[in-house]
Design a protein around this ligand. Structure first.
Ligand SMILES: [Fe+2]
Length: 509
């Protein structure tokens, strides 16, 4: 651009002749700005002195529109200051009038080459930035995936914990492992005393469990538990907790809440490498605590329901036994004998638990038998005996709707099956009869023989044992009879009476 038409035209003619460059000319700064389109031009030639707008001003405005545009300043009155000023504004070169066309050509070729290199550089730089952004996104994605894996692992682990104790220990172990903490403790609030009692530890001596680690609202732990918000910090001296619970260095305290009420506190300390705990540690441990609190609540609810169920069933058994003076505490004694036999035979803990619960309920179906048959003192007629034989099936129908295991339901239904297949209700034979039902059958028969029944003579313990032996292989499973006799030997024939489920309301003894 030049305000002198002759120079403009001469230059335009020459530049156009070079390698078919297309050319746009302008007689003033505003006209040049009007015609300028970023990215369309390889180079601009500007006269320094023009009316309306100087070359330097135009240079600044063109650079605003396209930072990479090479600008060559032309002037007939060069001064050092002007040269410095234009270069400072971003001019690529300086041509002094009058200039020869070879100079113009050389300048044009150089600035255009530089312009292309600069553009290429910018493209590469943009690509690099793009790659760096993708790399950052990938790293963030990997972090999120790892986080989700940890959350999933925490959920899975807690879902497989079925007692409150296991969950509290799980909180300590999982939080310490996933947050790389050297130490963790779970403190539970005693609602009466307001004390925070250690219920699970990781990295502390096991003796720390049961210790009092503070009081709600007092000290670091007590204030953190009461505050309801995470507390992060650093302990220079292991003051808090002291003794068995000494922690120093990085510390994270997270209140455990249920329905916005403080339940306790998770304390994490000594993050690996001496690093401080961070926001993502709070996120992970909060997730863990929310999940754990929900599970603890569900367990408490389930235990309460199970306790209600036990009470209801216990009341039914007591109601049934209360009708018949000869069978009072029969269910309790049978359960006791069956459990001791199971222990003598080395049965598994869950089988013994099933016996303890369902042994007590084995005759619950008698509640559905008419009193004049159930309480009849003389010998039963065949029809009455058929009626009595309905009680295992009735019992099963009572407990079917309740949350009993298959083993427990089988005890109720099959405790009158016989080894030789002549029992009832399903005439099962040998090992078709569930093992726990075979155990209850022997215990039931022994207790019946040694209890005072109205319609038959009471047998002595040796007589009853003799009868059991005689019936082993016909009425009873021989292995269970053997286990029963072993049990009698073990306790020197003195059978203690155990406490039945929910005995608090049992007034029959
Ligand atoms: Fe029975």
């Amino acid at each position: 651009m030049d305000d002198e038409p002759n120079i403009r035209e001469a230059l335009a003619e020459y530049l156009t002749s070079l390698n078919n460059h297309s050319l746009t000319t302008a007689a003033s700064g505003p006209e040049a700005l009007d015609k300028f389109q970023p990215g369309k031009f390889d180079c601009a030639f500007l006269d320094l002195k023009m009316p309306g707008m100087t070359g330097v001003e135009l240079l600044a405005q063109l650079k605003e529109k396209d930072k990479t545009l090479p600008v060559v300043i032309m002037t007939g009155f060069p001064s050092l200051d002007a040269a410095i000023d234009t270069m400072r504004q971003g001019a690529s070169d300086f041509l002094v009038k009058p200039f020869n066309l070879d100079q113009v050509k050389a300048t044009l070729e150089r600035v255009v080459r530089e312009h292309r290199l600069l553009q290429e550089n910018l493209r590469l730089s943009e690509r690099l930035k793009h790659q760096e952004r993708i790399e950052r996104l990938n790293q963030e994605l990997s972090r999120r995936v790892r986080e989700q894996q940890v959350l999933h692992q925490i959920s899975e682990s807690i879902d497989h914990m079925h007692t409150s104790e296991a969950i509290y220990q799980g909180i300590a172990d999982l939080s310490a492992t996933n947050l790389e903490a050297g130490k963790a403790s779970v403190l539970l609030l005693d609602p009466v005393s307001g004390q925070l009692v250690v219920i699970a530890v990781f990295g502390f001596p096991p003796e720390a469990v049961g210790q009092v680690a503070g009081k709600l609202g007092q000290g670091l732990f007590g204030k953190a538990a009461a505050g309801g918000k995470p507390v992060m910090g650093r302990l220079e001296t292991p003051e808090e907790g002291g003794g068995l619970l000494a922690v120093s260095g990085s510390l994270l305290c997270l209140p455990i809440m249920i329905h916005e009420q403080p339940l306790g506190l998770l304390v994490l300390g000594e993050k690996r490498g001496g690093l401080p705990f961070r926001g993502e540690d709070v996120f992970l441990s909060r997730f863990l605590l929310q999940k754990a609190a929900l599970s603890v609540e569900n367990i408490a609810l389930y235990e309460s329901m199970a306790s209600n169920l036990h009470s209801t069933l216990g009341a039914l058994v007591r109601a049934m036994e209360a009708k018949d003076p000869y069978t009072r505490q029969h269910s309790r004694r049978v359960t006791n004998l069956a459990v001791m036999t199971a222990e003598a035979m080395g049965l598994e803990a869950h089988q013994i638990e099933s016996l303890k619960f369902a042994g007590y309920l084995h005759d619950i179906g008698k509640i559905g038998i008419k009193d004049h048959i159930l309480l009849k003192e003389s010998k039963l007629t065949p029809a009455e005996y058929q009626e009595i034989k309905r009680h295992p099936a009735i019992g099963e129908s009572i407990v079917r709707a309740m949350d009993l295991s298959q083993d427990e339901r089988h005890i109720v239904r099959h405790h009158h099956e016989r080894w030789d297949g002549k029992g009832y209700p399903d005439r099962l034979q040998g090992k078709e009869i569930p093992l726990l039902a075979r155990l209850v059958a022997v215990a039931d028969a022994y207790d019946a023989m040694t209890s005072d029944r109205s319609y038959r003579a009471l047998r002595s313990m040796p007589q009853a044992v003799k009868e059991l032996k005689e019936c082993a292989g016909s009425q009873f499973d021989p292995a269970v009879v053997e286990g029963f006799l072993q049990m009698l030997e073990n306790c020197h024939w003195e059978i203690p009476l155990s406490t039945p489920p929910d005995s608090s309301q049992d007034t029959s003894s």
